[in-house]
Design a protein around this ligand. Structure first.
Ligand SMILES: [Zn+2]
Length: 389
């Protein structure tokens, strides 16, 4: 048997790997694979195209049937420009908290789950436990897509999934979806003294951005609304814009990125369709000057919303393991929408708070670590119970 780790020791170990999304996560994955090897838990890796990063998937128990998946992302957000009091990759403990990048989002969940592996094995339950570790969640839930593809090709995919994003161990059954889009306005350059001979790409873009703002306002005032979310409506905003080269040149190019964060059930396609239609109304005036001018939209990332039915097995399970009576909704996206889309009912429930995520001096309360251990011990007790099949 490999050396045993307490939860806190495993948290320290995982935080020490710098797995900022731009870095490889393979050192962490290798460590986990070796750790799982000794008790003969076989793991398989699903690499990215360059074999610089990998998802890890491992099953404890029978691999020929559904089972319960515990999933988390291994990557974290950069610490660049953040004022940390200590080394973000060396866990510091004080006042009942562990400090370090990823302590709340979300290496603690993964670490506690790994520290519990010997207990999962000892339970010898009929229901398998699947461990899923993913990469590049923070940059658009990229890695998990490969893992889901791999799972879909199997005769038995997980029956349900719990993702340990920080929710203070309260089951979260819904989150908004996100669409990321870019718009490229191709105008026509001219001397600004001859403005009539040009197609001003920035001004066309500004018209479209103003339309985005109008849609956002309509969502805010007219809904649809779901009071479980903050804010309780779909939001749309423009995040970056670039265009033009000099003040005395009518700008030929302008590019901007915008995103839609939509309620489950509020179709983001309707918003992009409205924008395309609006853009089409701008074209005749542009083409009158230059037929080569145009407007192109491209969706470059989509994370589906999560909406797991209240009465589903995974919600009941997460509630009974966490002891929570209520369920929550959050506004941040997770891999849960993708699992749900793949037919794996999913709940988000993990230690720590999203309030601490992505910030300098990120921390998790040791009490949260204990609550997560209790959650897993209850799961183990269920698995070991003869009634569970
Ligand atoms: Zn996260």
């Amino acid at each position: 048997m490999a050396r045993a780790y307490s939860s806190a020791e495993m948290i320290r170990r995982l935080i020490a790997f710098d797995t900022t999304s731009r870095e490889s996560n393979l050192a962490l994955i290798d460590f986990v694979r070796t750790y799982l090897d000794d008790p003969h838990v076989k793991s398989e890796l699903v690499y990215d195209g360059e074999r610089r990063k990998a998802n890890l998937y491992a099953t404890i128990g029978a691999s020929d049937r559904g089972g319960i998946m515990l999933s988390g992302h291994t990557d974290g957000v950069p610490v660049d420009g953040q004022a940390w009091d200590g080394d973000p990759f060396a866990v510091a403990e004080h006042d009942g908290r562990l400090y370090g990048r990823g302590t709340s989002d979300m290496k603690s969940f993964i670490a506690i789950m790994l520290a519990m592996v010997p207990e999962f094995i000892a339970a010898k339950g009929q229901t398998p436990i699947h461990l899923g570790l993913t990469y590049d969640e923070e940059v658009g839930c990229i890695g998990v897509r490969g893992l889901i593809q791999r799972l879909a090709a199997r005769p038995a995919k997980p029956r349900l999934c719990i993702i340990g994003e920080p929710t203070l161990m309260q089951p979260v059954i819904a989150h908004k979806g996100k669409r990321s889009l870019r718009c490229h306005v191709h105008g026509h350059e001219s001397h600004s003294a001859l403005a009539h001979a040009g197609v001003n790409a920035i001004e066309i873009a500004a018209d479209i951005v103003a339309r985005i703002r109008r849609i956002a306002r309509a969502k805010r005032t007219d809904g649809p609304f779901d009071s479980g979310f903050t804010p309780p409506y779909t939001t749309v905003h423009t995040g970056t814009i670039a265009g033009g080269t000099a003040l005395n040149i009518v700008p030929r190019e302008c590019r901007f990125n915008f995103e839609i964060r939509h309620l489950p059930g509020d179709a983001p396609e309707a918003i992009s369709a409205e924008l395309r239609q609006f853009a089409a109304t701008l074209l005749p005036e542009m083409h009158a000057v230059s037929t080569a001018s145009g407007i192109a939209f491209e969706e470059f990332n989509a994370i589906p919303a999560l909406a797991t039915p209240h009465d589903s097995e995974v919600v009941q399970l997460a509630q009974s393991l966490s002891g929570a009576n209520s369920v929550g909704r959050v506004s941040f996206g997770t891999e849960g929408g993708l699992y749900q889309q793949a037919g794996i009912p999913t709940v988000i429930c993990g230690p720590g708070s999203i309030e601490q995520a992505h910030k300098p001096n990120e921390w998790i309360a040791l009490d949260q670590v204990r609550q997560c251990e209790t959650f897993f011990r209850r799961l183990i007790a269920r698995l070991a119970a003869p009634a569970e099949a």
